[in-house]
Each structure stands twice: as C-alpha cells, then as structure tokens.
Design a protein around this ligand. Structure first.
Ligand code: IPM
Ligand code: MG
Length: 362
C-alpha cells in the first residue's frame, strides 16, 4: 500500500527527531512492502519565518488531504525568540492549535508507561512504582474548553482585566467519552474521568455526560476523580490508572506530570484523532531549542508516535508492534540518549538511536 504523510518538522529539535521517525517508517516500508510518501510542510516558527504566519491555509489544506500528519515540535524560546513579539495569534503555538482545530482532532491520546529498563530514571520511590510499574493512557479533549473559549483583555477604569472562558457542550464531551470507553475496552477496562465538579458547571456537565455514555459500556469500570486529587494520585499510586479522560487544560497539565514519572518526557508519543482516520502524531514534548541541532535529542517519542500512526491511521498493527518491539530492544541492549542515560549504558546521539532502532525492525 501507498500512504501519503504530511510531515511537519517544526522548530528546535523538531527536524532532527522527525528525520529519525521517517528513517523508521522507511525501514518498515522495506520490510513489510509499503510506500510512505512524505510531503514536507512548514508550521510554527518555521512558517512565520517563511510566510509571516504560523499556519497558512495552504498548509492546513495540504495536511487535510493527506492520510496522516507527522509533527516534530513547534515553538522557540519565549523570552528571546523574535517569534514571540506579536499578539498570541501570530505566535508558533497558534499554528499547533490551528491545525488541531482545523483538522477537528478532538481526541488526544497520550500513553504513559514505565519501561523496566528506565525504572531508575523514574523520580518516584520504588515502593510507589511497585513490581508492575504503571501503564496508562491520558485521553485529553483537544479542541474545546479554555483553549478555545472566548477570551479578551480590557482596561476598565485604569484596571487591566483578562477573561478566558471554559465552554463545553454535551456533544463535545460525548464524542471524547466514547473514544475513551472504546480504548479502555481494548486495555484495562477502566476509565477515570477527571474534572472539578465540586466547583465548575462545565465539570458537572462533563460528569453527567460521561455517566450517560458509560451505560453503553457495561464491562468498563468508571470512576470520577477531582483534578487536584488526580494530580496527587499520579505520584502516589500511578498503577491505579488505565484510561484517564479529561478536558483540554487539565489534560495538558496531567499529561506532563504523567510523562515525567516515566523517566523522561523524551519517551512519550501522542496521537490526535477525530472522526476520520486522519490523525496527527507528535511527541508529547516540546521543541527544546536549547539542544536543537546538536544530535542530543531523544527521537523515541517521535518514533513511537509514528508507530501510533501505523496503528490508528493505517490499521497496520503488526508494523506498529514491530516498531515498539525495536524500541524495547534498543533499550534492553543498553542504548540511551543523554536524557535517559545511566552508568554502564551506551550513550548515543539522535541519529544513532534512530539507526539502532531501524536495524532492529523485522
Ligand atoms: C501540548 C503543548 C501545547 C498545549 C502548547 C505548546 C500550546 O503544551 O501539546 O501539551 O498546551 O496543548
Ligand atoms: Mg502541554
């Protein structure tokens, strides 16, 4: 089969890690007889430099007409980069939010699990991680809530005032809840819905709609957890979670927390899905401008994102398994980039890590 992939390298370490993910896809193509055709697109700072805006209509249209989108990372150093001098809608991150919204990718899947090999890099105590570690998926709503509600800044009687709005309608909640239950059905059969229903109306609606949706999935256990408690439970007892379902902003925060306890944010992939097979796949981490261009970045999160693409957009489960197994093999054999390095291991750069993993694909 032939697959058209829109590739958005982005900024900072983005181009380096995306190059390694393509190396892996090409190897999968060779071994399993597929052709991946890449179309490079600019977004974020790279697009600002070229076109003056973080996302052009042409880029969005090109992404829409592809079979899926592979993204590195966008953004620069907020304090020093020229990309941050204008209003928010002209900055690199606006490109990312624009493409998520433009492609209607409402479901963001961020898995977080602990590799045995990296247990020493996990900041939690051994008694907390236990024998089995943890293996969860954060399901973050991605096109609503505080990120997309009405906002403005005014000055009233000389006092500056800023407003952001947290809005959800029941349809937006239901469609992400359905995805969460479906994914839980293929995993540990438990959904923990996270909200702030003791304070927020949007959370009370969230909770009601999740309960209604749950009726169609009698084999799945549902529980509700307040977001402050969830933040605490993630570091006290991460093994209790299977699928964590939550709104946009809570999911942004909790997914960073979940990624940190896996040892390195450089390990975690993500998939953003909508109603169709078209998805956007990107590492959960940012563009790390401080280490860009130095062959230091960990490409594993992007490589695992490419594996998610094979699985969710192309239904190539066998190929996705092969990529995940190759990553596991590289870790078992002691290959480490700087962020996950510990004594006695083999320290490698971005490119070598990619080549080692590619070599293990069979
Ligand atoms: C993420 C990032 C983005 C977000 C930023 C860069 C706008 O933190 O993907 O988690 O908040 O969604
Ligand atoms: Mg984030």
């Amino acid at each position: 089969m032939e697959y058209q992939i829109a590739v958005i390298p982005g900024d900072g370490i983005g181009p380096e890690i995306v190059t390694e993910a393509m190396k892996i896809l090409d190897r999968v193509g060779e071994v399993y007889g597929h052709t991946f055709i890449y179309k490079k697109l600019l977004m974020g700072g790279a697009s600002i430099d070229e076109y003056g805006v973080p996302l052009t209509d042409e880029t969005l249209a090109a992404a829409k007409s592809s079979d899926s989108v592979l993204l590195g990372a966008v953004g620069g150093n907020v304090g020093t980069s020229r990309w941050y001098q204008g209003p928010p809608e002209t900055r690199p991150e606006a490109g990312l939010l624009g493409i998520r919204k433009g492609l209607e990718l409402f479901a963001n899947i961020r898995p977080a699990w602990l590799y045995k090999e990296l247990a020493d890099a996990c900041p939690l105590k051994k008694e907390i991680i236990g024998e089995d570690g943890f293996d969860m998926v954060i399901m973050r709503e991605l096109t609503g809530g505080l990120y997309f509600g009405e906002r403005h800044t005014t000055v009233e009687n000389g006092v500056r005032k800023a407003v952001d709005t947290l809005v959800y309608d029941e349809n937006e909640i239901r469609r992400i809840a359905v995805k969460a239950f479906e994914i839980a059905g293929k995993r540990g059969k438990k959904v923990t819905s996270v909200d702030k229903a003791n304070v927020l109306d949007s959370s009370r609606l969230w909770r009601a709609v999740v309960d209604e949706t749950a009726k169609a999935y009698p084999d799945i256990q549902v529980e509700h957890m307040l977001v402050d408690n969830a933040a605490m439970q993630l570091v006290m007892n991460p093994g209790q979670f299977d699928v964590v379902l939550t709104e946009n902003m809570f999911g942004d925060i909790l997914s960073d927390e979940a990624s940190e306890i896996t040892g390195s944010i450089g390990m975690l992939p993500s998939a953003s899905l909508g109603k169709t097979k078209l998805g956007l796949y990107e590492p959960s981490h940012g563009s790390a401008p401080d280490i860009a261009g130095k062959d230091l970045a960990n490409p594993i999160a992007t490589i695992l994102s490419a594996a998610m693409m094979l699985r969710y957009s192309f239904d190539l489960d066998r190929e996705a398994d092969a990529v995940e197994a190759a990553v596991q093999q590289a870790l078992t054999d002691g290959y480490r980039t700087g962020d996950i390095y510990s004594e006695g291991c083999k320290k490698v750069g971005t490119r070598e890590m990619g080549s080692v993993i590619a070599g293990y694909i069979k």
